[in-house]
Design a binder for this molecule. Structure first.
Ligand code: GCU
Length: 735
């Protein structure tokens, strides 16, 4: 395309420009039919809007070297990339796409918007040049869209280099230090920018001794990553160790109310910003699973977070403080302790006591990234606190990137959940401050919708509309404005965070098709109401350029419902876990049943499930606002797919589908494993349409998925048959 870029570098090809990218809305040169005069002095940046430049495209799949992202030709020229201060303002991500005369014009609010607009044009390909292209405004629903890497600098003896990573080693670190060659980090940045992500945390939330030094004497390594990400409007965040002042040997205490400690954080933070002026902020896991925190000093989480917030406030940056705090030394004999309650019990009483630039980061469910959980009640209990939603793209409990599991249908159900009634705002709208997201309009959209296969759609699937879900990007949310904004769920902000699924694997994500999850999380952060199927379709177009219909259809068949398929052969009806302790892969029904981790299913000869009711159980249902507190409390109104999360029921309890719980367990385990066998055959048929290396990797993964699904089927079915003594009504083999 003949392309002109105003407001940045200027490209003036011979032909009249038919694509204009400008950051100067009102004053952009008007006459698209004739190219602006060539300027000898202008930097000759090349914005290659050809398919070769597709972000996250064929691109993302190795095998065709020419298409690799980050190949010099495909990168926006560095001359077109603004320097630090432009992005440090944290705004300007929105843009307008439309036609002017014979040209397609992107009119961006700022440099970042220019980048996003360019990617939108690339995404649309020829369609972006349709003379009938309607004018559209695009802006992200969530202002801060961050991927948290659980990467260790050193290889951890138990967790490896990337904690819960299933795609090889770290993209950033190798042999205990920053990689010499950051080319791939630059390619990753481009991939992320193409999906709309604007921040990356470069180290694990469990901050070990070595990683603690990234904050101080090893800050240069973080700065080098920041420079590599910056051209793509991506800022760097650091996970910090609450005990850093002690671990680094500077002070005898990390007490957040001690003046010396507060000064230490403030001075250290000043040095961080002196080195990385557009540094994004801190992420903290405190008093959780052995990490240090304010409890050691008899202080609250508001005190701890407040100390870091004070250090960051002069720089306009936030601290994300994780709400994942629970007792992991629980006594399994004690039926009154309930891990699901923990985050709400700890944090809800602190509402209103967090500083303005504290963002409380809450896992999407009350337990721990299970295949099916209700939405965490913490997200509705703290109206005077900034809240971030934390998703897990890395498939810790959803098949570890060996199983195909397209997660956006789960995420859509979460983002579209309306906690306070069927006409209330969605979670996405609440978190982003939008006046009302149309996601799930007209649908009760229970968490966990859509319903699991084999169950009627009790709660209904989110109904997707094609309007932007949330208003205004905000300067605030990208960092700079956070400190000054009013407290509460302010408009135009919101934070969507997700644990990354990327490593140094040549396919980025281990399972090549798991790239779709990575892509989708960024897209949903822009438009939470988008239909996951439509996002997948977009990803297919970008990834398998010129995908013939047969391939496109098959990918949809394999992926659209793959989360539900995974659910069918693993732990039933929302009860969760049943995985091998430690690594969390594969079935082990009683693996956690008598451990201190608080993740039980309580199966006995008569029934299964956790009684979390107020009437007879742990009282967890009361943490929800009405009407969900009532709906979850009663077996009659609790969505079937979450029945065992909230209730202990007899195996003979009849579900809405008309089958008993025990028969449902058998039926769905058989159906799930059978479906995986079909998936394998369907993929085999694609051999002639897909790059051989990609085809081979997916084939190998599907073989493992089938083996594992059959193991799940047989262990779960056998376990419940032996407990209950109730045979399968259909007489299938159970051992
Ligand atoms: C899970 C996961 C851990 C992780 C933790 C967290 O428990 O298994 O590896 O550290 O979540 O989110 O902090």
């Amino acid at each position: 395309r003949a392309c002109s870029l105003f407001g940045g570098a200027l490209v003036t090809p011979e032909a009249p420009a038919d694509l204009i990218l400008t950051t100067a809305p009102a004053t952009a040169p008007a006459a698209p039919a004739t190219a602006p005069a060539a300027s000898a002095t202008a930097p000759a940046a090349t914005l290659a809007a050809s398919s070769a430049a597709l972000p996250g495209s064929a691109a993302a799949l190795p095998g065709s070297a020419a298409a690799l992202p980050g190949s010099a030709a495909a990168l926006p020229g560095s001359a077109a990339v603004p320097a630090v201060p432009a992005f440090a303002s944290g705004s300007g991500e929105g843009y307008r796409l439309g036609r002017r005369g014979a040209a397609t014009v992107v009119t961006a609010d700022g440099p970042a918007g220019l980048l996003y607009g360019m990617f939108e044009v690339v995404r649309r390909g020829e369609a972006a040049f349709d003379p009938a292209l309607p004018g559209e405004r695009h802006e992200p629903a969530f202002g801060l869209r961050v991927l948290d890497h659980w990467d260790n600098v050193d290889v951890h003896p138990v967790m490896g280099q990337v904690e819960r990573g299933y795609a090889g080693g770290s993209l950033f670190w190798r042999d205990g230090r920053l990689r010499d060659d950051l080319t791939r980090v630059g390619e990753y940045a481009r991939l992320l920018a193409a999906s709309g992500v604007n921040a990356v945390t470069v180290n694990n939330v469990n901050v070990h001794a070595g990683e603690t030094h990234l904050l101080t004497d090893r800050l240069g390594e973080v700065a080098a990553i920041a420079s590599t990400l910056r051209p793509y409007a991506i800022r760097v965040h650091l996970a910090v160790n609450f005990a850093a002042p002690v671990i680094l040997g500077d002070l005898p205490t990390a007490d957040p109310l001690d003046e010396r400690v507060r000064r230490w954080w403030s001075d250290t933070t000043d040095r961080v910003f002196a080195t990385i002026p557009d540094f994004g902020g801190y992420l903290v896991k405190a008093d959780s699973e052995g990490q240090p925190g304010p409890f050691t000093y008899g202080r609250t989480h508001a005190d701890g977070a407040g100390m870091l917030a004070a250090a960051l406030a002069p720089h306009g940056a936030p601290v994300r403080w994780r709400a994942f705090v629970y007792n992991h030394h629980q006594d399994w004999r004690d039926r009154s302790t309930d891990r699901a309650r923990a985050a709400h019990d700890h944090f809800a009483p602190l509402d209103g006591r967090f500083a303005d630039n504290v963002i409380l980061q809450v896992k999407h469910g009350p337990m721990d990234f299970q295949t099916r959980e209700p939405v965490s009640p913490v997200l509705f209990a703290m109206p005077r606190t900034r809240l971030a939603l934390e998703l897990q793209v890395t498939q810790e409990y959803t098949g570890q990137q060996r199983h195909l599991c397209y997660l956006p249908p789960m995420w859509s159900g979460i983002l579209g959940f309306r906690a306070t009634g069927d006409n209330a705002p969605t979670l996405a709208a609440m978190l982003s401050g939008a006046p009302g997201s149309p996601a799930a309009a007209g649908s009760p959209a229970a968490p966990g919708s859509p319903a699991a296969p084999g169950l009627p759609a009790a709660a209904g699937s989110p109904v997707v509309q094609q309007q932007p879900a949330a208003a205004g990007p905000s300067a605030a949310a990208s960092g700079a404005g956070l400190g000054g904004a009013a407290s509460g769920r302010t408009s135009g902000g919101g934070v969507l965070s997700a644990v990354s699924n990327v490593g140094d694997d040549p396919f980025w994500t281990g399972h090549p098709l798991a790239q779709a999850n990575l892509y989708a999380v960024g897209r949903l952060a822009w438009r939470p109401d988008r239909d996951p199927t439509e996002i997948l379709d977009e990803w297919i177009t970008l990834t398998f350029s010129d995908a013939p219909d047969r391939l496109r259809r098959t990918l949809h068949t394999l992926m659209d419902d793959s989360w539900q398929t995974y659910e069918q052969y693993t732990a039933p009806l929302g009860v969760g876990f049943m995985v091998r302790p430690g690594h969390h892969y594969g079935p082990d029904v009683d693996g956690y049943e008598y451990t201190p981790w608080g993740t039980y299913h309580f199966a006995d000869r008569d029934g299964v499930g956790v009684d979390r009711t107020v009437a007879t159980g742990t009282g967890f249902t009361a943490q929800y606002p009405a009407p969900w507190s009532d709906r979850y409390e009663s077996r009659d109104t609790c969505p079937d797919e979450l029945l065992l999360f909230f209730h202990h029921v007899p195996y003979t309890h009849v579900l809405r589908s008309g089958v008993t719980v025990i028969q449902h367990i058998y039926d769905t385990r058989f159906a799930g494993a059978r479906r995986v066998a079909e998936m394998r055959s369907q993929w085999r048929e694609m051999a002639d349409l897909v790059d051989p290396a990609v085809h081979a990797r997916v084939t190998e993964r599907l073989a493992e998925q089938l083996r594992s699904a059959e193991e799940w089927r047989d262990q779960v079915n056998t376990y419940f048959y032996r407990k209950s003594g109730i045979p399968d009504a259909k007489g299938r083999p159970i051992h």
